[in-house]
Design a protein around this ligand. Structure first.
Ligand SMILES: Cc1ncc(C[n+]2csc(CCOP(=O)(O)OP(=O)(O)O)c2C)c(N)n1
Ligand SMILES: [Mg+2]
Length: 339
């Protein structure tokens, strides 16, 4: 393992930050001020954090409808995320997109969209552009002609779910990415469900990562609730991608705790196996990491409480800023439209 004590503490902090932000959104949702559909990632935080820990500011992330964790882990601005949920012009998407259209170009978080699979080919296109820039093709081979060695490739990461893996565009994109040897990392968050339908009712019994491998990707699977495991698998996959070994694929097993869309729990609906949610809660990525930190005496109760206080303050301030937002004006309605 290449994980230092400082890294582990940082990973825990980032996961806790996402968890507390999501919980605060869930609490505030009942006030009826946020009117956009909101898909929370509580229970799945380790994947975004463990992968994004290896990305530079130049690397890019594309995400899906469940994107808050990816956005925050990549360094997206928290107050502007919250303003977006409230539909204010100060939001990261000008208040026009809501929870499922996030962007923070400065942080390298390019886009999330609600159309399942919609961002997958966009990420491939971005990776292709990065590859062309590196080879000099995009500048008419100027850097190659001058004999300059191009720098290591920037990496593009696409996060998506097990349901998305069933979209045709997913397979077209994997095929194209392998063909062109794109610097693209596919991260499948396999939480076993697409809305309320379990994987076993949607696909024959087989491993998702093996299908990716059949497309020619370097593909592995792992425990998406162990941030140390995600971190290690992502370290190798990001390194391979950066060093020109072509597209890589991670299938990470996890579980979403809240309802598919909205701030509540929905275990009473009965689409999960009895006891399934409780089992996953025992495997909480935060609990496991917290225990590891305490067991190895890398942290103590006082330090962890201080972390909580710091985060509570940050989140409260971010909400206070977001709530002072203004509505987009009516005369701006036709801006940013393409026809
Ligand atoms: C093309 C398309 N089909 C259907 C939907 C409705 N829909 C929204 S999220 C979702 C489930 C996606 O499941 P998965 O990719 O596993 O992500 P998860 O919600 O489990 O994180 C569906 C079917 C959609 N938004 N877009
Ligand atoms: Mg799913």
């Amino acid at each position: 393992m290449n994980l230092t004590p400082a890294d582990l503490k940082q990973l825990y902090y980032q996961m806790l930050r996402i968890r507390r932000v999501e919980e605060a959104i869930a609490r505030r949702y009942a006030e009826q001020q946020m009117r956009c559909p909101t898909h929370l990632c509580i229970g799945e935080e380790a994947i975004a954090v463990g992968v994004c820990a290896h990305l530079t500011n130049q690397d890019k992330v594309f995400s899906n409808h469940r994107g808050h964790g990816h956005y925050l882990a990549k360094g997206g601005d928290l107050p502007r995320l919250l303003a977006e949920l409230y539909g204010y012009a100060e939001g990261c998407c000008g208040g026009r997109g809501g929870s499922m259209h996030l962007t923070d170009l400065e942080a390298g978080f390019v886009a999330s969209t609600p159309i399942v699979g919609g961002t997958v080919p966009l990420a491939a296109g971005y990776a292709w552009a990065e590859q062309m820039k590196k080879s000099g093709a995009a500048q008419g081979c100027a850097s190659v002609a001058r004999g300059r060695m191009p720098e290591a490739t920037n990496v593009v990461v696409i996060f998506f779910g097990d349901g998305c893996f069933e979209e045709g565009v997913m397979h077209e994109t994997m095929n194209f990415a392998v063909l062109k040897k794109l610097p693209l990392l596919f991260v499948c968050e396999n939480n076993q469900y697409s809305v309320m339908t379990p994987l076993a009712e949607r696909q024959p019994k087989r491993d998702i990562y093996k299908i990716a491998a059949a497309h020619g990707l370097n593909a592995v699977s792992g425990d998406g609730n162990r941030v140390d495991e995600v971190y290690e698998l992502a370290r190798i996959a990001v390194g391979n991608t950066r060093n020109g070994l072509g597209p890589q694929f991670l299938e990470l097993h996890t579980h979403r705790w809240p309802e598919h869309c909205g701030p509540n729990e929905d275990d009473d609906l009965g689409y999960r196996r009895p006891g399934e949610l409780a089992e996953w809660k025992l495997r909480c990525p935060l609990l496991q990491t917290r225990q590891a930190l305490l067991d190895a005496q890398l942290s103590d109760d006082a330090a962890l409480t201080q972390m909580e206080t710091r985060l509570a303050e940050e989140i409260e301030q971010a909400f206070a800023w977001a709530l002072q937002g203004t509505r987009p004006t009516v005369d701006s309605m036709r801006q940013h439209l393409y026809a």
